[in-house]
Design a protein around this ligand. Structure first.
Ligand code: ADP
Length: 448
């Protein structure tokens, strides 16, 4: 087992990883930008290295700076968390060549799956159903039109290297497709430094179902069940739960099997998530693989009782997966709400600033993953996730009641947060009866 690990991330996920290491008796080196240098969670790391300015390009995304910090602190492995460098194959490669273990999949898997058109090809080769669409990157307007005519409108234009719900545009006819094409390419270039785009049939009334997979370095691959992440705003998740409600046992089993098939076909190692869309008839379609720990991993931890961060570290250190697929049991229902420092009733404007009063909820079955506290200053430079509120109860009904209670207890003053919206969503009758799709929140907000 490693004796010292670097945590190359910030905020709640940095704290989540530091906590796992402290329980495992592993020393941690935390990195931080200048703007995070006084953050309280850093006190829980054994060593802190400031790696650059507030701007993430100069710090959390700065590979030479992170590798220098790793060398002077003599660490054996780096946990990248999610976002930032977690899915950058070049970073994993640099780690590999510097004799540092990257806690995640091999750089080769990151490269193959990081490109969504390549991932689609792998799915097709392995007979995993994909959303009908282009077989590779779209090169011309003519090609875009002919794909759209073949699969039928509406279609969605997506960036090949896209992520975080960005760079997607829906088109309903020839004119909007041609207009959106150039905009989508420009947006992809700006956000992902690559203008490649592809086209998929736009699945209306879709639910987002994803499968947690874990593989060791010896070819053993298992899944830890599925999560439903249908409650989204502009393709970004707001509420996640496990197990997925209102899905046939057949679809659940098939989706999990398809995820394993994908993972096995490229000898996937460490933790990953295979994402699917599910239509009204319970047909499922592969959309992408996320080659990292997900924000929503706690819901899987709660129902399976498995600590995913510890498991990632054990696998990266060379341990074998000692859990058999048959032994994995999902117990009860877990739901997570992402608490963002945003004003949900003013176009979700980010709310940087000082938290003047903070009281997190507690009680049976309540977990809060967060680095914030009274007096914490939310910096304006990074994403707005400030806390994850997770509940675990025996039934879905109890989990919803517990989440409602916990959200209403949660005091965060000084900045606006998504808590009031989360309360509206969690108590919405359509959430209770599973009658939602990925556009539910956008449609609801458009009406008010
Ligand atoms: P990202 O990598 O940016 O998260 P994904 O491919 O995972 O992008 O898709 C994110 C979300 O966008 C999905 O959960 C869904 O809401 C929506 N989406 C993506 N592809 C489609 C599609 N073909 N039809 C309908 N919605 C889609």
């Amino acid at each position: 087992m490693f004796s010292r690990i670097m945590v190359a991330n910030r905020g709640e996920i940095a704290l989540r990883i530091i906590r796992a290491c402290r329980e495992m008796g592993i020393e941690t080196v935390a990195v931080c930008s200048k703007s995070d240098a006084n953050a309280t969670y850093l006190k829980l790391a054994d060593i802190v290295v400031c790696i650059g300015p507030a701007d993430a390009e100069g710090s959390y995304l700065n590979i030479p700076s992170i590798i220098s910090a790793a060398e002077i602190t003599d660490i054996e492995a780096i946990h990248p968390g999610y976002g930032f460098l977690s899915e950058v194959s070049h970073f994993a490669e640099v780690c590999e060549s510097s004799n540092i273990v990257f806690i995640g999949p091999k750089s080769d898997a990151l490269r193959k799956l990081g490109n969504k058109t390549e991932a689609r090809k792998i799915a097709i080769e392995n007979k995993v159903p994909v959303v009908p669409g282009s077989l590779s990157v779209i090169k011309s307007q003519q090609e875009a039109l002919s794909v759209a005519h073949e699969i039928g409108f509406p279609v969605i234009i997506k960036a090949s290297l896209g992520g975080g719900g960005r760079g997607m545009r829906v088109a309903h006819n020839d004119i909007s497709l041609i207009n959106s094409l150039t905009i989508a390419q420009r947006e992809a270039k700006a956000a992902f430094k690559d203008s490649s785009i592809y086209i998929e049939k736009y699945i209306e009334d879709a639910r987002h179902i994803e499968v947690q997979i874990v593989g060791d370095n010896y070819g053993n691959i298992i899944h830890l069940g599925e999560r439903d992440c249908t409650m989204q705003r502009r393709h970004q998740k707001l509420i996640e739960e496990s197990p997925a409600p209102y899905i046939t046992d057949r679809a659940r089993e098939d989706i999990c099997k398809a995820a394993i098939k994908m993972a096995k076909s490229i000898n996937y190692t460490n933790a990953g998530t295979v994402e699917f869309l599910l239509d009204k008839e319970n047909n499922y379609y592969f959309i992408e693989v996320n080659t990292r720990l997900q924000v929503e991993h706690p819901v899987t931890e709660m129902v399976t009782g498995i600590d995913l961060v510890k498991l990632q570290i054990k696998i990266a250190s060379g341990e074998r997966l000692n859990i058999k697929q048959k032994k994995i049991r999902s117990q009860g229902v877990a739901i997570e709400c992402r608490i963002n420092a945003e004003d949900p009733y003013n176009d979700f404007r980010p709310q940087p600033g000082k938290i003047t009063n903070y009281h997190p909820p507690g009680g049976r079955g309540v977990r809060v993953d967060s680095h914030i506290h009274s007096g914490y200053e939310i910096p304006p430079y990074y994403d707005s996730l400030i806390a994850k509120l997770i509940v675990h109860q025996n039934t879905r009904e109890e989990a919803i009641a517990c989440m409602r209670r916990a959200l209403s207890e949660y005091v965060i003053e000084g900045v606006k947060t998504t808590i009031p919206l989360q309360l509206d969503l969690i108590t919405h009758p359509q959430f209770a009866n599973g009658n939602i799709n990925t556009n539910f929140v956008d449609n609801l907000m458009a009406k008010t």
